[in-house]
Ligand binder design. Sequence first.
Ligand code: NAP
Length: 258
Amino acid sequence: MEVELSKPEYPMELAGKVALVTGASRGIGRGIARKLAALGAIVLINYNGSQQKARELAEEIAAAGGQAECIGCDVSDFAACSDMIEQIIKKYSHVDILVNNAGVTRDNLLMRMSEEDYDKVLDINLKGAFNTMRHLSKYFLMQRSGKIVNISSVSGVLGNAGQANYSASKAGLIGLTKSVARELASRGVCVNAVAPGFIDTEMTRALSEKAREAGVAAVPMGRMGSVEDIAETVAFLAGDRANYITGQVICVDGGMAI
Ligand code: NAP
Protein backbone atom coordinates (compact mmCIF):
# COMPACT_ATOMS: atom_id res chain seq x y z
CA MET A 1 0.00 0.00 0.00
CA GLU A 2 1.29 3.46 -0.96
CA VAL A 3 1.88 6.22 1.58
CA GLU A 4 -0.94 8.69 0.91
CA LEU A 5 0.08 12.09 -0.42
CA SER A 6 -2.91 14.00 0.87
CA LYS A 7 -5.06 13.24 3.85
CA PRO A 8 -7.30 15.84 5.48
CA GLU A 9 -6.05 14.94 8.95
CA TYR A 10 -2.37 15.62 8.12
CA PRO A 11 -1.31 18.85 9.80
CA MET A 12 1.33 20.61 7.67
CA GLU A 13 3.86 20.29 10.48
CA LEU A 14 6.86 20.31 8.11
CA ALA A 15 5.65 23.23 5.99
CA GLY A 16 8.54 25.11 4.41
CA LYS A 17 11.17 22.65 5.62
CA VAL A 18 13.65 21.40 3.03
CA ALA A 19 14.23 17.64 3.25
CA LEU A 20 16.82 15.55 1.40
CA VAL A 21 15.97 11.84 1.27
CA THR A 22 18.63 9.56 -0.21
CA GLY A 23 17.52 6.52 -2.19
CA ALA A 24 14.02 7.94 -2.50
CA SER A 25 13.23 6.55 -5.94
CA ARG A 26 11.88 3.26 -4.57
CA GLY A 27 10.80 1.37 -1.45
CA ILE A 28 11.13 2.86 2.01
CA GLY A 29 12.82 6.04 0.77
CA ARG A 30 9.97 6.67 -1.63
CA GLY A 31 7.47 6.24 1.23
CA ILE A 32 9.46 8.61 3.43
CA ALA A 33 9.57 11.22 0.64
CA ARG A 34 5.79 10.93 0.19
CA LYS A 35 5.17 11.25 3.92
CA LEU A 36 7.41 14.31 4.34
CA ALA A 37 5.80 15.92 1.28
CA ALA A 38 2.33 15.18 2.68
CA LEU A 39 3.38 17.04 5.83
CA GLY A 40 4.39 20.10 3.78
CA ALA A 41 8.13 19.64 3.30
CA ILE A 42 9.92 20.51 0.06
CA VAL A 43 11.38 17.12 -0.77
CA LEU A 44 14.62 16.50 -2.63
CA ILE A 45 14.40 13.00 -4.06
CA ASN A 46 17.86 11.52 -4.39
CA TYR A 47 18.25 8.53 -6.70
CA ASN A 48 21.08 6.64 -8.33
CA GLY A 49 19.85 4.25 -11.06
CA SER A 50 16.08 4.82 -11.08
CA GLN A 51 15.77 8.27 -12.62
CA GLN A 52 12.39 7.61 -14.22
CA LYS A 53 10.86 6.40 -10.94
CA ALA A 54 12.24 9.44 -9.13
CA ARG A 55 10.74 11.73 -11.80
CA GLU A 56 7.35 10.05 -11.55
CA LEU A 57 7.38 10.46 -7.79
CA ALA A 58 8.21 14.18 -8.07
CA GLU A 59 5.35 14.59 -10.55
CA GLU A 60 2.92 12.78 -8.25
CA ILE A 61 3.92 14.96 -5.32
CA ALA A 62 3.50 18.11 -7.43
CA ALA A 63 0.10 16.90 -8.70
CA ALA A 64 -1.02 16.49 -5.06
CA GLY A 65 -0.03 20.11 -4.34
CA GLY A 66 3.38 19.42 -2.83
CA GLN A 67 6.89 20.41 -3.84
CA ALA A 68 9.63 18.01 -4.90
CA GLU A 69 12.73 17.83 -7.06
CA CYS A 70 14.92 14.92 -8.20
CA ILE A 71 18.66 14.87 -7.67
CA GLY A 72 20.76 12.04 -9.08
CA CYS A 73 23.86 11.11 -7.12
CA ASP A 74 25.64 7.94 -6.06
CA VAL A 75 25.87 8.48 -2.30
CA SER A 76 29.02 6.37 -2.06
CA ASP A 77 30.89 9.03 -4.09
CA PHE A 78 32.31 11.63 -1.68
CA ALA A 79 32.88 14.31 -4.33
CA ALA A 80 29.50 13.75 -5.98
CA CYS A 81 27.78 14.15 -2.58
CA SER A 82 29.61 17.44 -2.09
CA ASP A 83 28.36 18.64 -5.48
CA MET A 84 24.80 17.52 -4.66
CA ILE A 85 24.76 19.37 -1.33
CA GLU A 86 26.26 22.53 -2.85
CA GLN A 87 23.67 22.45 -5.64
CA ILE A 88 20.87 22.17 -3.04
CA ILE A 89 22.26 24.94 -0.84
CA LYS A 90 22.68 27.20 -3.88
CA LYS A 91 19.01 26.77 -4.77
CA TYR A 92 17.29 26.51 -1.37
CA SER A 93 19.93 28.19 0.88
CA HIS A 94 19.40 25.61 3.62
CA VAL A 95 18.39 22.04 4.42
CA ASP A 96 16.35 21.18 7.53
CA ILE A 97 16.04 17.40 7.27
CA LEU A 98 18.44 14.75 5.99
CA VAL A 99 17.28 11.14 5.74
CA ASN A 100 20.06 8.69 4.90
CA ASN A 101 18.02 5.84 3.48
CA ALA A 102 19.97 4.66 0.41
CA GLY A 103 21.00 1.06 0.93
CA VAL A 104 21.76 -2.22 -0.79
CA THR A 105 22.25 -5.87 0.13
CA ARG A 106 24.73 -8.38 -1.28
CA ASP A 107 23.91 -11.35 0.97
CA ASN A 108 26.13 -14.39 1.30
CA LEU A 109 27.71 -16.51 3.98
CA LEU A 110 31.02 -15.13 5.21
CA MET A 111 32.95 -18.03 3.68
CA ARG A 112 31.55 -17.18 0.26
CA MET A 113 31.42 -13.40 0.47
CA SER A 114 33.57 -11.58 -2.06
CA GLU A 115 35.66 -8.57 -1.17
CA GLU A 116 33.74 -6.64 -3.82
CA ASP A 117 30.36 -7.41 -2.20
CA TYR A 118 31.70 -6.47 1.22
CA ASP A 119 33.08 -3.16 -0.01
CA LYS A 120 30.00 -2.30 -2.10
CA VAL A 121 27.61 -2.64 0.84
CA LEU A 122 29.85 -0.70 3.23
CA ASP A 123 30.47 2.03 0.63
CA ILE A 124 26.79 2.70 0.00
CA ASN A 125 25.16 1.96 3.36
CA LEU A 126 27.77 3.38 5.71
CA LYS A 127 30.11 5.67 3.80
CA GLY A 128 27.11 7.08 1.92
CA ALA A 129 25.67 8.39 5.20
CA PHE A 130 29.07 9.72 6.23
CA ASN A 131 29.37 11.55 2.91
CA THR A 132 26.06 13.41 3.16
CA MET A 133 26.46 14.22 6.86
CA ARG A 134 30.05 15.33 6.32
CA HIS A 135 29.05 17.82 3.64
CA LEU A 136 25.79 19.01 5.22
CA SER A 137 26.85 19.30 8.86
CA LYS A 138 28.55 22.68 8.40
CA TYR A 139 25.24 24.14 7.24
CA PHE A 140 23.33 22.47 10.09
CA LEU A 141 25.90 23.91 12.54
CA MET A 142 25.62 27.40 11.06
CA GLN A 143 21.82 27.42 11.18
CA ARG A 144 21.88 25.83 14.67
CA SER A 145 19.13 23.40 13.79
CA GLY A 146 18.56 20.28 11.74
CA LYS A 147 17.29 16.76 11.87
CA ILE A 148 19.22 13.75 10.60
CA VAL A 149 17.56 10.33 10.45
CA ASN A 150 19.69 7.38 9.43
CA ILE A 151 17.98 4.21 8.26
CA SER A 152 19.79 1.34 9.94
CA SER A 153 18.33 -2.16 10.30
CA VAL A 154 17.44 -4.78 12.86
CA SER A 155 20.34 -6.67 11.22
CA GLY A 156 22.68 -4.03 12.59
CA VAL A 157 21.22 -4.43 16.07
CA LEU A 158 21.04 -8.25 16.27
CA GLY A 159 23.32 -9.48 13.47
CA ASN A 160 22.03 -11.87 10.82
CA ALA A 161 23.60 -14.98 9.32
CA GLY A 162 24.29 -14.39 5.63
CA GLN A 163 24.50 -10.62 6.06
CA ALA A 164 27.94 -9.96 7.58
CA ASN A 165 28.54 -7.04 5.22
CA TYR A 166 25.05 -5.59 5.63
CA SER A 167 24.99 -6.04 9.44
CA ALA A 168 28.41 -4.43 9.72
CA SER A 169 27.24 -1.46 7.66
CA LYS A 170 24.05 -1.02 9.68
CA ALA A 171 25.77 -1.48 13.06
CA GLY A 172 28.40 1.00 11.87
CA LEU A 173 25.62 3.41 11.00
CA ILE A 174 24.38 3.22 14.59
CA GLY A 175 27.87 4.10 15.87
CA LEU A 176 28.10 6.90 13.32
CA THR A 177 24.67 8.18 14.42
CA LYS A 178 25.59 8.24 18.11
CA SER A 179 28.95 9.93 17.56
CA VAL A 180 27.59 12.60 15.23
CA ALA A 181 24.66 13.13 17.64
CA ARG A 182 27.17 13.89 20.40
CA GLU A 183 29.14 16.25 18.12
CA LEU A 184 26.14 18.26 16.94
CA ALA A 185 23.87 18.20 20.02
CA SER A 186 25.01 21.50 21.52
CA ARG A 187 24.02 23.28 18.29
CA GLY A 188 20.46 21.97 18.31
CA VAL A 189 20.98 19.33 15.64
CA CYS A 190 19.33 15.96 16.36
CA VAL A 191 20.72 12.75 14.87
CA ASN A 192 18.80 9.51 15.27
CA ALA A 193 18.53 6.12 13.63
CA VAL A 194 15.51 4.05 12.69
CA ALA A 195 16.09 0.31 12.54
CA PRO A 196 13.40 -1.32 10.40
CA GLY A 197 12.70 -5.01 10.78
CA PHE A 198 11.26 -7.05 7.92
CA ILE A 199 9.56 -4.57 5.60
CA ASP A 200 7.67 -5.32 2.39
CA THR A 201 9.75 -3.70 -0.41
CA GLU A 202 11.64 -4.80 -3.54
CA MET A 203 14.62 -5.59 -1.28
CA THR A 204 12.67 -8.26 0.61
CA ARG A 205 10.55 -9.32 -2.39
CA ALA A 206 13.84 -10.43 -3.97
CA LEU A 207 14.21 -13.09 -1.24
CA SER A 208 13.14 -16.70 -1.80
CA GLU A 209 9.73 -17.78 -0.49
CA LYS A 210 11.52 -19.85 2.16
CA ALA A 211 13.62 -16.89 3.32
CA ARG A 212 10.52 -14.67 3.48
CA GLU A 213 8.70 -17.24 5.59
CA ALA A 214 11.69 -17.50 7.92
CA GLY A 215 11.77 -13.69 8.12
CA VAL A 216 8.11 -13.45 9.12
CA ALA A 217 8.58 -16.28 11.65
CA ALA A 218 11.17 -14.12 13.43
CA VAL A 219 8.68 -11.27 13.92
CA PRO A 220 6.81 -11.52 17.26
CA MET A 221 3.92 -9.58 15.73
CA GLY A 222 3.76 -12.25 13.02
CA ARG A 223 3.71 -10.05 9.94
CA MET A 224 5.96 -7.92 7.75
CA GLY A 225 6.06 -4.19 8.36
CA SER A 226 4.96 -1.62 5.79
CA VAL A 227 6.76 1.34 4.28
CA GLU A 228 4.15 3.49 6.04
CA ASP A 229 5.30 2.13 9.44
CA ILE A 230 8.83 3.37 8.78
CA ALA A 231 7.77 6.66 7.17
CA GLU A 232 5.63 7.55 10.22
CA THR A 233 8.57 7.14 12.60
CA VAL A 234 10.93 9.09 10.35
CA ALA A 235 8.37 11.92 10.05
CA PHE A 236 8.08 12.08 13.83
CA LEU A 237 11.88 12.24 14.28
CA ALA A 238 12.16 14.86 11.52
CA GLY A 239 9.66 17.21 13.14
CA ASP A 240 9.57 19.53 16.14
CA ARG A 241 7.84 16.96 18.32
CA ALA A 242 11.20 15.16 18.52
CA ASN A 243 13.30 18.23 19.40
CA TYR A 244 14.70 16.65 22.59
CA ILE A 245 15.52 13.24 21.11
CA THR A 246 19.02 12.59 19.83
CA GLY A 247 21.44 9.68 19.51
CA GLN A 248 18.64 7.12 19.68
CA VAL A 249 17.89 3.99 17.68
CA ILE A 250 14.18 3.33 17.24
CA CYS A 251 13.45 -0.23 16.18
CA VAL A 252 10.35 -0.39 13.99
CA ASP A 253 10.28 -4.12 13.67
CA GLY A 254 7.17 -5.75 15.13
CA GLY A 255 9.25 -6.81 18.12
CA MET A 256 12.15 -8.55 16.33
CA ALA A 257 14.80 -6.86 18.47
CA ILE A 258 13.09 -7.44 21.84
P1 NAP B 1 15.03 -0.91 -2.10
O1 NAP B 1 13.58 -1.08 -2.36
O2 NAP B 1 16.00 -1.86 -2.70
O3 NAP B 1 15.44 0.61 -2.47
C1 NAP B 1 16.78 1.01 -2.28
C2 NAP B 1 16.90 2.47 -2.61
O4 NAP B 1 18.28 2.85 -2.38
C3 NAP B 1 16.56 2.81 -4.05
O5 NAP B 1 15.82 4.00 -4.10
C4 NAP B 1 17.93 3.00 -4.70
O6 NAP B 1 17.92 3.99 -5.72
C5 NAP B 1 18.74 3.55 -3.53
N1 NAP B 1 20.17 3.39 -3.74
C6 NAP B 1 20.87 2.24 -3.85
N2 NAP B 1 22.17 2.51 -4.08
C7 NAP B 1 22.29 3.87 -4.10
C8 NAP B 1 23.38 4.75 -4.28
N3 NAP B 1 24.63 4.30 -4.47
N4 NAP B 1 23.14 6.10 -4.23
C9 NAP B 1 21.89 6.56 -4.05
N5 NAP B 1 20.81 5.76 -3.87
C10 NAP B 1 21.02 4.42 -3.90
O7 NAP B 1 15.33 -0.99 -0.52
P2 NAP B 1 14.38 -0.68 0.73
O8 NAP B 1 13.87 -1.96 1.23
O9 NAP B 1 13.47 0.43 0.43
O10 NAP B 1 15.48 -0.19 1.78
C11 NAP B 1 15.68 1.19 2.08
C12 NAP B 1 16.58 1.29 3.30
O11 NAP B 1 15.97 0.60 4.39
C13 NAP B 1 17.95 0.65 3.09
O12 NAP B 1 18.93 1.39 3.75
C14 NAP B 1 17.78 -0.71 3.74
O13 NAP B 1 18.99 -1.23 4.15
C15 NAP B 1 16.88 -0.35 4.90
N6 NAP B 1 16.15 -1.49 5.45
C16 NAP B 1 15.22 -2.18 4.70
C17 NAP B 1 14.57 -3.25 5.28
C18 NAP B 1 13.53 -4.05 4.54
O14 NAP B 1 13.03 -5.05 5.11
N7 NAP B 1 13.14 -3.70 3.33
C19 NAP B 1 14.84 -3.64 6.59
C20 NAP B 1 15.78 -2.91 7.30
C21 NAP B 1 16.42 -1.84 6.74
P3 NAP B 1 18.09 3.68 -7.29
O15 NAP B 1 17.13 2.57 -7.65
O16 NAP B 1 17.73 5.00 -7.91
O17 NAP B 1 19.52 3.30 -7.51
